[in-house]
Design a protein around this ligand. Structure first.
Ligand SMILES: [Zn+2]
Length: 203
């Protein structure tokens, strides 16, 4: 590892695979900007080890390939590499964990932080939706996390009575009319009402 001031290289461990389900403190490290943050022993400058890494959140169904910020111009090549690495992961770790998630790709730890922050907000808002649904005596359905992310929806929604889009829409409206403020649930309700999307992917 060498600092940006060109001091003598030094040895340091850096994270290349981060599983926040096993190490929840690493999520905080990403959010706080402390992941792969080093201090040069010679000039005491703090800097981020700019390295490729994989971020996995099993519960959120979130798999992010983080490429070094300085490789942004090699996007096409890296996306190919990502698909290759993803295929290996899928046959091994993801199979063991019984996880069915597609990969996201970002450049640099700042972009990873944005993704994780958004996910955190989604989780908080989803828990409020689940609580409000239960309080109205409605059953709660867990959406496939990837489906939820791609459709700007909460991770939990009130389950309709019949599993149709109309049923989900009616249940979501009931919760929203009950006074819950949730842009994600509002978006989900509109999606189900719109008739363009059939019923969501449920876990
Ligand atoms: Zn230095």
């Amino acid at each position: 590892m060498s600092c940006p001031n060109g001091c003598e290289p030094f040895e340091a461990d850096r994270w290349s695979f981060v599983n926040v389900t096993q190490n929840p403190e690493l999520r905080d490290a990403v959010l706080g900007g402390e992941l792969n943050l080093f201090c040069c022993p010679q000039c005491s400058t703090f800097f981020h080890g700019d390295t490729d890494l994989i971020y996995l959140d099993e519960q959120a169904g979130l798999l992010v390939f983080v490429f070094s910020d300085k490789n942004r111009q090699n996007q096409k090549e890296l996306l190919e590499k990502m698909q290759h690495d993803y295929a290996l992961l899928k046959d091994n770790l993801l199979k063991q964990l019984k996880l069915d998630v597609g990969p996201l790709c970002v450049f640099g730890l700042e972009e990873l932080k944005d993704v994780v922050q958004k996910e955190q907000q989604r989780t908080d808002e989803s828990e409020a939706v689940a609580a409000a649904s239960a309080a109205l005596g409605l059953k709660v359905a867990r959406l496939h996390p990837q489906w939820a992310r791609e459709h700007e929806s909460p991770l939990y929604v009130p389950a309709g009575t019949d599993g149709t889009a109309e049923g989900f829409a009616a249940a979501a409206r009931k919760v929203l009319d009950g006074g819950l403020k949730s842009p994600l649930l509002e978006h989900f309700a509109k999606l189900m009402e719109g008739g363009r999307v059939k019923a969501p992917d449920i876990l």
